[in-house]
Design a protein around this ligand. Structure first.
Ligand code: HEM
Ligand code: HEM
Length: 346
């Protein structure tokens, strides 16, 4: 991390005159730092993206009966129609309880090095086991999920097809594996930024190009880099100056809770910025609704940079080019319950 901060400072000091002679130079610099989203989803390690498995994952993602109350599905908080978020400051789950954090999008989550604001789950399959059991989310147990699935012939068939050759395919692990396969397909390629990276000069306009140059010059890109412009490293929130307690409350120590390593207090995963223009509100507390304000906060807290209004607007214009083609997911038909399906409980 130390090496990283040195380079941030060097870049921040260079802030000023536009550093790129023309579009080709801007693209070359951008290609060193960022990567376009591929048109085809990557296959998660230990998984396979068969049609049967993806379809089963979609059913599970949309099925509220995976929650104890029968009301909450993954889709409740990661709505595929609105950028994979719920649009709330912090999510509301079982018993109408508000959870402690904002729901990040699962779109392109396959490209993050680890899941959650603090990176506490290594893979999407590990991640999927969390919300089902979390008291403030779906409040269910693995045993009850398995019993629910096994009670419906539609799911028995779907698990057999998705996990061929397994004697007893209805397991909580396979539940998570199928969801991971579905989520891997939820990528948003071909954003205007990606078109620019791929060689189309006109895909982003002059203001957006200024914003991109600034995003690299000021040092944002030293944390928000790679395919997701973030999601690939951990940094203190408040490197130069801590934001106010409303945005960064003392109680949530971020990565420290995961690693219990001194110095990791208030360290979070650099948030992925793909589709950022459609996933307000911002930060793990969801306290900031305006992208302009979020950019100013980042400039101050992470870089100690005072940007002019024009610079912030240019940067926001650039960030809107990160909205990619949204996956069009048809709501699956879900298996019919039987008399042995566990009943929803409050
Ligand atoms: C985080 C998927 C259910 C709220 C995440 C992430 C993924 C995900 C992939 C991490 C994204 C990232 O780190 O960039 C799922 C799946 C679900 C599910 C597959 C169903 C099995 C829910 C529900 C709620 C919810 C029902 C709301 C009640 C959240 C919140 C976070 C999160 C608040 C961030 C938590 C933290 O960082 O501590 N979810 N989710 N999720 N999800 Fe879900
Ligand atoms: C979060 C933009 C610089 C680390 C965010 C978010 C935005 C953003 C919009 C909110 C994402 C969301 O809520 O989904 C920018 C811009 C920067 C910049 C425009 C330059 C002016 C940096 C730098 C670092 C960094 C230099 C690392 C030192 C983070 C972290 C988060 C974040 C850790 C998550 C904060 C949280 O826990 O809520 N950034 N960023 N950012 N950024 Fe930056």
């Amino acid at each position: 991390m130390k090496r990283y901060f040195a380079s941030t400072l060097a870049i921040a000091v260079a802030l000023g005159a536009p550093a790129f002679a023309d579009d080709a130079a801007l693209r070359e610099a951008a290609r060193d730092i960022f990567e376009a989203i591929p048109m085809q989803p990557p296959v998660p390690e230990g998984n396979m993206l068969t049609r049967d498995r993806i379809d089963l994952g979609a059913m599970l993602f949309f099925d509220p009966r995976m929650s104890k109350s029968g009301l909450f599905s993954c889709q409740s908080c990661h709505n595929v129609g609105i950028g994979g978020v719920d649009g709330l400051e912090t999510s509301v789950g079982h018993g109408w309880q508000a959870g402690p954090r904002n729901a990040p999008t699962m779109l392109n989550a396959i490209f993050n090095i680890a899941q959650f604001w603090d990176g506490r789950a290594d893979t999407l399959a590990d991640q999927a086991k969390g919300p089902v059991q979390a008291g403030v989310e779906m409040n269910n147990t693995p045993e009850n999920v398995e019993a629910t699935l096994a009670s419906m012939p539609g799911y028995v068939e779907a698990f057999k097809a998705a996990f061929p050759g397994e004697a007893d395919p209805i397991t909580f692990d396979n539940f998570a594996t199928a969801i991971e396969a579905f989520e891997a397909t939820l990528i948003t390629p071909n954003s205007r930024f990606d078109q620019f990276l791929m060689g189309q000069d006109g895909a982003i306009n002059e203001q957006e190009k200024r914003g991109l140059a600034l995003f690299m010059d000021t040092g944002c890109a030293s944390c928000h880099s790679g395919i997701n412009l973030g999601g690939n490293g951990y940094y203190p929130f408040g490197v130069v100056e801590k934001p106010g307690a409303e945005i960064l409350p003392e109680g949530d120590k971020g990565r420290f809770t995961v690693t219990e390593t001194a110095g990791e207090e208030y360290v979070f995963r650099a948030a992925p910025l793909r589709n950022i223009a459609i996933t307000a509100p911002y930060f793990h507390t969801g306290k900031v609704w305006d992208l302009t304000e979020a950019v100013s906060i980042m400039a101050n807290s992470q870089l100690g940079a005072e940007l002019t209004d024009d610079q912030v607007n240019d940067m926001v214009a650039f960030l809107t080019t990160l909205t990619g083609e949204q996956p069009k997911v048809e709501h699956p038909l879900l298996p019919v319950r039987t008399s042995s399906t566990p009943r929803p409980a409050p």
